[in-house]
Design a protein around this ligand. Structure first.
Ligand code: SF4
Length: 507
């Protein structure tokens, strides 16, 4: 790895413990029209990717920022007069590690040098190494524990002492290449370069998604970069394409597109985007997320037959398992019924910061429908089984509602390993399938049978995608040091401590 001897900005000293990996939704828009209304609409459509914090920044000669902890409506509101400008960024954050304070909410701006704002999604795995190098080489200390601040400094480093206006397109892409050579891990990022345009880039393996869209307006073409195409529909944007692994695209101040295909000889797109994280109406790697999930459910049918199970109805765990359950029901020619319903506001239980809080979310939001499940053998499908506490609770719900049998089916293989790239998976000790055989897993969950998706099946079904399956296989696409894992474990514990509920309910 190259040293960080570049001339970083100097700043105040503040000790931060570790970085905060972010599983997030990001959006950036360059338009002939004011962008704040579109950023807000798009952010609503990306809310499923992060429910801890939200923010918008716009530029009209200076940056205007509104951000904070909470959901989009609470943080941004509806009065957008103080967010003028025709270029801007938006972010929703699911903080997988560390604290969740407003200081870590994105977008982040860098006043000098040279007028940058950025949002990102992912996790920088060599954060501490780079942070320490930054401090040692330039006496600059980060003021947040957020990866994106480090990336802002890394991007701006080659431009110190230069006017942004004098930067050539090649200078901008050279800076992205230098950043990619130093910054390891998973990141998709979008940046406003004051007066120069909108820049988007992915890590060299393309672990996190990033798409380009466009819309014809009466005054010219508007461009948008986003985590998912799902936000383009309400904005009236057409999906142009996904950025390739390692690719950078610049929309310059005249609205011209430039690209740099830094590229990689291989990719490692996160399989969990298809399994859980992305919205089902998104298109990723050229196919519908909903269709991938339906196919995953269809493949489960073979395992149900091999196990000799004879369910009478198929039930999905709302909402991410709906398409997988529909695929299973199709393949088995069974009715797919709404035997579980989600009540109250839509909150994603997977995104809960603390295991007890996460379980409580499930307890609060899910109810069984006794009239539909009583006396019937139920195949209940969830997107995954991680700790097993949710599966155990749902099994109990269905049993209490009178189900004659409960077969718990996961549309993904057993999760066995942690994720270093921004998805909040627990330590190996907490993972249910780690060190337990099928009988022990079944006994813990309390179901009449437990089946998982086959890893080989999953990989075969994604053979058109250069994917990361590391949380199932342990085969990580990047080098990960013991220091990285220690930092992840430390920050995760910190975050759990900070978000633990005061009182626990019995399972
Ligand atoms: S380890 Fe799992 S969750 Fe993490 S990027 Fe790879 S597939 Fe996605």
């Amino acid at each position: 790895m190259r040293s960080l001897a570049a001339p970083w900005q100097t700043g105040c000293w503040l000790t931060v413990r570790g970085n905060k990996p972010n599983m997030c939704g990001i959006l950036g828009i360059f338009s002939p029209e004011p962008v704040a209304p579109a950023l807000l609409t798009g952010l609503h459509a990306l809310q499923h990717r992060g429910q801890d914090a939200a923010g918008i920044v716009t530029w009209d000669g200076q940056f205007h920022t509104r951000k904070g902890v909470g959901l989009v409506p609470e943080v941004i509101g509806t009065d957008l007069e103080e967010l003028p400008g025709s270029i801007g960024l938006a972010h929703v954050r699911y903080a997988t590690q560390g604290s969740m304070g407003a200081v870590d909410a994105q977008p982040l701006t860098l006043a000098w040098p040279p007028g940058l704002a950025m949002v990102h999604n992912g996790n920088v795995t060599n954060f501490k190494v780079l942070r320490d190098a930054l401090r040692q080489n330039t006496q600059t200390s980060l003021q947040t524990a957020n990866d994106v601040e480090l990336m802002l400094h890394a991007l701006a480093a080659p431009w110190r002492g230069q006017s942004m206006q004098r930067l050539q397109v090649v200078d901008i892409f050279d800076a992205v290449s230098a950043l990619q050579a130093q910054v390891e891990g998973a990141y998709s990022a979008i940046a406003v370069l004051a007066g120069r345009g909108l820049l988007a880039f992915r890590d060299r393996l393309g672990i996190r998604p990033l798409v380009l869209g466009q819309r014809q307006t009466s005054a010219g073409i508007a461009y948008a970069f986003a985590s998912e195409s799902t936000c383009f529909t309400p904005l009236g944007y057409d999906l142009v394409r996904e950025l390739a692994p390692g690719e950078a695209v610049l929309v310059d101040s005249a609205g011209q597109l430039h690209r740099s295909g830094a590229g990689a000889d291989r990719g490692a797109f996160c399989a969990f985007e298809f399994i859980y994280f992305a919205s089902p109406d998104a298109t990723m790697n050229g196919t519908s997320v909903a269709e991938r999930r339906r196919q995953a459910g269809q493949r489960l049918a073979r395992q149900v037959r091999q196990a000799g199970l004879q369910p009478e109805v198929v039930v999905d765990v709302p909402n991410s398992a709906w398409h997988a359950a529909a695929g299973l029901a199709d393949a088995l020619n069974l009715p797919h019924i709404q035997g579980l319903i989600a009540v109250g506001p839509p909150v994603r239980s997977f995104l809960g910061p603390h295991p007890t809080a996460r379980l409580r979310t499930v307890q609060d939001k899910l109810q069984a429908v006794p009239d539909l499940v009583a006396g019937r053998r139920v195949a209940v499908v969830d997107d995954s089984i991680v700790r097993g506490t949710t599966a155990k609770y749902i099994t109990r719900l269905l049993q209490d509602a009178g189900a004659a049998a409960v077969y718990f089916l996961a549309a993904s293989p057993p999760v066995l390993h942690r994720c270093a790239y921004g998805i909040d998976l627990p330590t190996r000790q907490e993972i249910l399938a780690n060190g337990r055989n099928r009988v022990q897993i079944q006994a813990f969950i309390g179901a009449d049978a437990v089946l998982y998706q086959d890893l080989a099946d999953l990989q075969a079904s994604h053979s058109d995608v250069a994917g990361c399956f590391a949380c199932f296989s342990g085969d990580y696409p990047t080098e990960l040091s013991a220091q990285t894992w220690a930092a992840l474990a430390e920050d995760r514990q910190l975050r759990q401590d900070l978000t633990a509920p005061n009182a626990e309910r019995p399972l």
